[in-house]
Design a protein around this ligand. Sequence first.
Ligand code: F6P
Length: 342
Amino acid sequence: MRVGVLTGGGDCPGLNAVIRAIVRKGVQEYDYDFIGFRDGWRGPLEGETVPLSIPAVRGILPRGGTILGSSRTNPLGAEHGVRRIRDNLAKYEVDSLITIGGEDTLGVAATLSDEHGIKCVGVPKTIDNDLSATDYTFGFDTAVGIATEAIDRLHTTAESHMRVLVVEVMGRHAGWIALHSGLAGGANVILIPEQRFDIGQVCAWVTSRFRASYAPIVVVAEGAVPAQGELILKDGSHDSFGHVRLSGVGEWLAKEIESRTGKEARTTVLGHVQRGGTPSAFDRWLATRFGLHAIDAVRDGDFGTMVALKGTDIVRVPIAEATARLKTVDPALYAEAGVFFG
Ligand code: F6P
């Protein structure tokens, strides 16, 4: 049995830990052999492969990024995409594919599996933690740790200069990183994509913080939208799944706060720092377990499924179900954080 492995979408810490676990268990326990596909769906689409064996995965557990490369290639938008993938899988004698990705990469896996009979098992990945059907995705914990450390550091410099510091974190549709790092870092305002924010209210919180003789930290998810307007963007470019590239709301907020409150405001955009570097212990643990269970799903012939964390158990769910809707922040959970605003 030969199993193909690919990593698609935005990279995130823990991808290499999944690959290592899949290969270690697959070779040692089941005598499978493996082939890596380069750069997400671009690999099977264009027939670009990477050798994958136990020696190839030695030492990669703590390494960020992915040894297979990643891209946002959408093969369903490419000419004869499904036929080309099928031909390349046949050419490399690949029986089944383990696809490690977020909503887009896994959405393609669901279509290929359910509509075209290509045998796929999914592993959920995204620092945004917005995939339903799993309690957590790996990469999220690392990103929250990085953002929290940044907020801690920004507090001290904000206090020295008595200025507002706005921290823009990732989170396209879901504010999980903003909420968790904002709570952990003691932010005075947290803004998430799920709830439009009122700029007048944000300025009132900022002012009340200064009144208490402290400098405010505003954490904003890149996908947060003002009640009075539209999504704020730096430019209007899109990726190949048609998503507009985000970032810009942090700069916009600082300008508005400055002009409305008269207080100096600066912005730090954490950007890809949140996706880089070594995974946290939790993410290594989760990614490793996902890998071990994904290869078991292949062995059981349980295709069209995705491994997921439920409590402390790893379960299998249909990929189509997991990608049907996003997991967003519940209003009640967001309301809990309100005690610390202002
Ligand atoms: O999908 C995860 C994510 O981190 C989003 O929060 C963010 O908008 C996007 O990736 C950025 O992706 P790219 O690196 O392709 O610009």
